[in-house]
Design a protein around this ligand. Structure first.
Ligand SMILES: CSC[C@H]1O[C@@H](n2cnc3c(O)ncnc32)[C@H](O)[C@@H]1O
Ligand SMILES: [Zn+2]
Length: 442
């Protein structure tokens, strides 16, 4: 099996915490990291390895986007400056109802993967329709993905009712069993689109099939008000009564959480996907992540879809998460750089049950690795590369990306997808979508 020796200026492994190695090499054999050791030792131990010199670069684990709707890249900029429910009801759901197909999802997911890889993201936790097309796009581009098989009550061109969504989810999971880069979750969309009976069925299936659940929860104040009106309780209380918090659960957003809800989430081991930019843009609010983290909750970071963010940029998201936490808690020590980096990497891996495989640069783990060139005006001088990665660097500094040991991005060029083709497909969809739907009028 071929061996690659990566020789960067700095290695930030994330585990152990706060660590920065200099004069060290990361050695990859096949899909795994086999050594992280002094450069001289690595060079003498693996004399016939391929040497990859990265003299101005920091190496770190690939970022894990813990909540996104990849195919929504094709609706980026389609409807902006609206609150969540108007954005969904008046613009996004009608557009999805008209356009979403296998082809739309395959092409949109590939476009998202092109953006994510170039920005240093090596894995995402997706939630969308046409699950098979999502999985195929990831396999085609050698990208690591957790495919969230969405389930809701209302009909779409993809499925006619909750039973139909569930049937399709299970068939899809069966089809892709054995794919190393792909795993599945059951993804009830949200408390306001899924009935008690369907939640119960999902909980039973998740238990039987050992699948995690991925759901939007407590995203907006309207969601809470709607639940109080319809069920007499806040959504989390309803979900707890149904038993959802006893399953492995990734709760996307969790913007509105009381002290007792935070304690409950911590007790139940619920993972939170924090989406700061989307929460701000839809004016959903600012999640109290410093309180959530202090309670011991595993909080990772997501971008949400490109139609509400409008970027799939985990460097921007990580920086925003750290800054907002300080502002929200009146405490500059809240979410220090090392913790923001953990949220974007190992915490995401833990939420996906992949903490033994990815999320840090450790011997035996999969080589999901990114290199950033810090020899740029905005990142020099460099006293502390961890500080720069969180507060100063941006995604355009990502030069090289490996997923499971494969170089999918080399010297700023995609290796696992035809970028020109991806761009021209995006333009093709723009033409189709523009022709069919009147533009937004606020
Ligand atoms: C059922 S697949 C995903 C479904 O969710 C919609 N969506 C995208 N962003 C959000 C969000 O922030 N909150 C709730 N729902 C969202 C998307 O358009 C799909 O219909
Ligand atoms: Zn979402």
């Amino acid at each position: 099996m071929s061996v690659q020796i990566l020789l960067p200026r700095w290695i930030i492994p994330v585990i152990p915490r706060h660590t920065v190695y200099t004069d060290h090499a990361l050695v990859i054999q096949g899909e795994k990291i086999i050594a992280l050791q002094a450069t001289a030792d690595a060079l003498s131990r693996y004399p016939s390895a391929e040497i990859i010199k990265l003299p101005d670069h920091a190496l770190m684990p690939g970022m894990i986007n813990l909540h996104t709707h990849s195919a929504m890249t094709l609706l980026r900029g389609f409807a902006d400056d609206l609150p969540l429910m108007r954005w969904l009801n008046e613009h996004i759901w009608p557009a999805e109802g008209t356009h979403v197909s296998d082809e739309f999802v395959f092409d949109g997911t590939k476009l998202a993967i092109a953006e994510m890889i170039a920005g240093g993201t090596t894995c995402c936790n997706d939630m969308y329709f046409h699950h098979g097309a999502v999985a195929r796009a990831a396999i085609d581009t050698q990208f690591r993905i957790t495919v969230g098989c969405s389930i809701l009550e209302f009909p779409t061109p993809y499925a006619s009712n909750a039973d139909d969504y569930i049937r399709k989810a299970l068939a899809c999971r069966d089809e892709f069993i054995g794919e190393d880069l792909v795993q599945f979750t059951l993804a009830p969309h949200a408390p306001y689109t899924v009935s008690d009976a369907t939640f119960r069925r999902i909980i039973t299936l998740a238990d039987e099939l050992e699948l995690a659940i991925h759901c939007h929860i407590h995203e907006s104040a309207d969601e809470i008000a709607g639940s109080l009106k319809e069920y007499g309780v806040r959504p989390l209380e309803r979900l707890a009564e149904l038993g959802l918090l006893d399953s492995p659960l990734i709760a996307a957003h969790m913007v509105h959480t009381t002290e007792s809800e935070i304690a409950l989430l911590a007790k139940k081991g619920i993972h939170i996907a924090h989406n700061p930019a989307s929460n701000l843009k839809l004016a959903s609010g600012i999640a109290p992540i410093s309180q959530q983290l202090a309670a011991g909750i595993n909080v990772g970071i997501g971008t949400d879809g490109a139609a509400s963010n409008n970027k799939l940029d985990m460097f921007a998201e990580m920086r925003l998460a750290a800054l907002l936490a300080k502002g929200q808690s009146d405490n500059p020590e809240a979410v220090p750089a090392w913790q923001a980096l953990e949220m974007a990497t190992i915490n995401g891996a833990t939420a996906l049950g992949l903490q033994d495989k990815i999320g840090s640069l450790e011997v035996g783990k999969q080589a999901d690795v990114i290199a950033l060139n810090l020899a740029q005006a905005g990142t020099q001088p460099c006293y502390d590369p961890i500080s720069h990665l969180v507060y100063a660097a941006d995604r355009t500094q990502v030069s090289d990306v490996w997923i499971a040991g494969r170089a999918v991005y080399r010297r700023h060029e995609h290796q696992s997808l035809n970028f020109a083709e991806v761009l021209s497909t995006a333009r093709h969809w723009q033409g189709k979508i523009q022709d069919s739907i009147a533009p937004q009028t606020n």
